[in-house]
Design a protein. Structure first.
Length: 145
């Protein structure tokens, strides 16, 4: 493998830089419980407020296992960020909703996400961004095999 083309290393490095940027954001400093994955999950649920969200949606969206998603959701329930509600048509399903505490965080998280997006995409044309997203999606699919 050519060190100039170590894609995994580069993606990991970008991930660490994004995390560092978010960890230093005003939202993260204001409320520590919304760090890391919690922030992304709050944002996902807020972005999909027009439909019911279940744990299986988080598993698919974030490419995480059922046990990881379960631990994240349980932790967020304990932190008072998410509530689980029974669904009449299927007792096994639990609809996820944001608590008022998490809803307040959602606006700050959305602003942080816009800042990260703008920082990451600075200097890219729309065509380049479309290509990049295509490549990233292909890399993600390749890792699912």
């Amino acid at each position: 493998m050519d060190h100039q083309h170590d894609i995994g290393k580069e993606l990991r490095s970008i991930s660490y830089l994004i995390r560092r940027y978010i960890d230093n954001s005003a939202t993260k400093k204001a409320i520590d419980s919304a760090s890391g994955s919690n922030g992304w999950i709050i944002a996902y649920i807020a972005d999909h407020a027009d439909r019911d969200t279940y744990q299986k949606h988080l598993e698919k969206e974030f490419s995480i296992t059922r046990s990881t998603a379960s631990k994240l959701v349980s932790s967020m329930v304990e932190k008072g960020l998410v509530e689980k509600h029974m669904v009449p048509q299927d007792a096994r399903l639990k609809k996820l909703t944001l608590t008022p505490k998490a809803q307040e965080l959602a606006d700050g998280i959305a602003a942080d996400r816009r800042e990260v997006h703008n920082k990451l995409t600075r200097g890219f044309s729309e065509e380049e961004l479309d290509q990049l997203m295509g490549y990233l999606c292909r890399l993600k699919e390749n890792m699912k095999d």
